[in-house]
Design a protein around this ligand. Structure first.
Ligand code: S3P
Length: 476
């Protein structure tokens, strides 16, 4: 089995030559058509959980060992930020952190904090720093400095923080002067787990209670981690989560499952190849993250999942996919926030599916690491697909014979990986330019890609104990 936990050890800067893929200093990823897929893999740790785990562990009252941590560039920005705030964090192995919780006592950083390209780092830290009695400046790279931050600035200021966006239109750098916060009841105008996470972190330092009421549910990792660290919260049926202020998280160890958003690339590859077969072990199966599986199922793939460990903080287990000739689908409504990161690869699936795949109400894609709607449309067209770009989504006409081409990453890790997968189904060679951004979320991606183009491996028979039944798309 290809074990992703080893990948971060092997993934490094420089030229890595393998027979059918080249990953070089110019950071181009060259991909050829895949032979029949039949493989078992694991994927690296969950990115969203890794960010949150480091922050909550740092606020706790003692040492916490986090295993299965994702040592990607984005998550390491969060680790380094917490170190800058005076928290001792050891990394005895790439995927193991020992975080020495400081009972919520952070120290003023000597310098500004660099969030790199990581929106999650910047938004969660904004929430955390809003409650500190010192001033901090958060900076990001050019891409992050274009992304909207007003969505966290407005509610945090309502709680009593003073935050100045130094960039145009509410963008970074952010100068944050924290202070004494009061809890609020907030209904975010956009569905965003980052906004929810920021407010819950600020709420930990606020007087009274802080409630986030979501019209459309987003990933619930922050709530789960707070509960696991014995922080008192209340969840109500109509979709609101409350945290009570002035609590110290109780230090705990835990293991982070594999990231289903990273698994998504391989799941789509197997699903789109008739009789392709893939089994992924030890992957997170939190039901606020698994909407992708339901979509693949209604597109015609066979999908089975088995939750193997429900006692842990996050459900984890096995996903198995057997491919078929896919059919088009419609993705909109409440499903969108629950597979927002999977929409680039699902667009590639749409190009291979029979009929018109429609993605709507996904305007948030325009403010991700790049404008993902424009990037997907551009690259699909370059590969020969008929696609219409909508204000809030895409219409993709399939099945299209994909032509190998030079495609751009637009500096966006998920665009780079989605089009590397498209290359597995294209005639000739596909070159993904500027692929170094993949390191932000998936160190070792190119090694797994090599396995997919060079398959000679492994038949594993595993008992899978649960299965899904197709559901109709949202009708909202
Ligand atoms: C994330 C939430 C999502 C997602 C991002 C990670 C998180 O963003 O796109 O990759 O960890 O909270 P929004 O919920 O802000 O849309």
């Amino acid at each position: 089995m290809l074990d992703a936990r080893l990948a971060p050890l092997i993934f490094h800067q420089g030229s890595h030559q393998v027979p059918s893929i080249t990953f070089s200093f110019s950071m181009e990823l060259r991909v050829k058509r895949a032979p029949r897929i039949d493989i078992e893999i694991t994927v690296p740790g969950d990115k969203s959980i890794s960010h949150r785990a480091v922050i909550i562990a740092a606020l706790s009252n003692g040492p916490c060992t986090l295993r299965g941590f994702l040592p990607s560039e984005d998550c390491m920005h969060t680790v380094n930020a917490m170190r800058t705030l005076g928290v001792k964090i050891e990394q005895p192995e790439p995927t193991t952190l020992v975080v020495h919780g400081k009972r919520r006592v952070l120290t003023a950083p000597k310098d500004e904090i660099n969030c790199g390209n990581s929106g999650t780092t910047m938004r969660l830290l904004a929430g955390l720093l809003a409650g500190q009695s010192f001033e901090t400046r958060l900076v990001g790279d050019a891409g992050l400095s274009r992304r909207p931050m007003d969505r966290v600035i407005a509610p945090l200021c309502e709680m009593g923080a003073s935050i100045v966006a130094e960039g145009p239109d509410g963008t970074a750098p952010l100068r944050i002067l924290g202070g004494s916060l009061r809890g609020i009841h907030y209904r975010p105008p956009v569905a965003s787990a980052q906004v929810k996470g920021a407010l819950l972190l600020a709420g930990l330092f606020a007087r009274g209670k802080t409630t986030v009421e979501e019209a459309v549910p987003t990933r619930n990792h922050m709530e789960k981690i707070l509960n696991y660290f014995l922080v008192r919260t209340a969840v109500e049926d109509h979709g609101s989560i409350t945290v009570f202020g002035d609590q110290v998280p109780e230090s705990r160890d835990f293991a982070i499952p594999g990231d289903i958003s990273s698994a998504a690339f391989w799941l789509v590859a197997a699903a789109a190849q008739p009789r392709g077969h893939l089994l992924i072990r030890d992957v997170g199966l939190n039901d606020t993250r698994t909407a992708l599986l339901a979509v693949l199922l209604r597109m015609g793939a066979q999908v089975r999942e088995a939750v193997e460990d429900i006692d842990q903080l996050e459900p984890r287990g096995i996903v198995e996919v057997t491919g078929s000739t896919l059919k088009a689908t419609v993705i909109h409504g409440k499903e969108v926030p629950q597979l927002i990161d999977e929409l680039p690869i699902l667009s590639v699936a749409g190009a291979m599916a029979r009929g018109k795949t429609i993605i709507r109400q996904a305007g948030e894609l325009r403010v991700k690491e790049t404008d993902r709607i424009a990037a997907i449309a551009h690259n699909l067209r370059t590969m020969g697909v008929h696609v219409a770009e909508l204000t809030d989504g895409l219409e993709i006409h399939g099945p299209a014979p994909l032509h190998g081409a030079r495609v751009a990453s637009f500096g966006d890790h998920r665009i780079a990986m989605a089009f590397a997968i498209a290359g597995l189904f294209a005639d000739g060679e596909t070159v993904v330019q500027d692929a170094e951004c993949i390191r932000e979320s998936y160190p070792g991606f190119e090694m797994v890609l090599e396995e997919f183009t060079n398959l000679k491996r492994m038949q594993v028979s595993t008992r899978v104990i649960g299965s899904l039944t197709p559901t109709a798309p949202e009708t909202s």
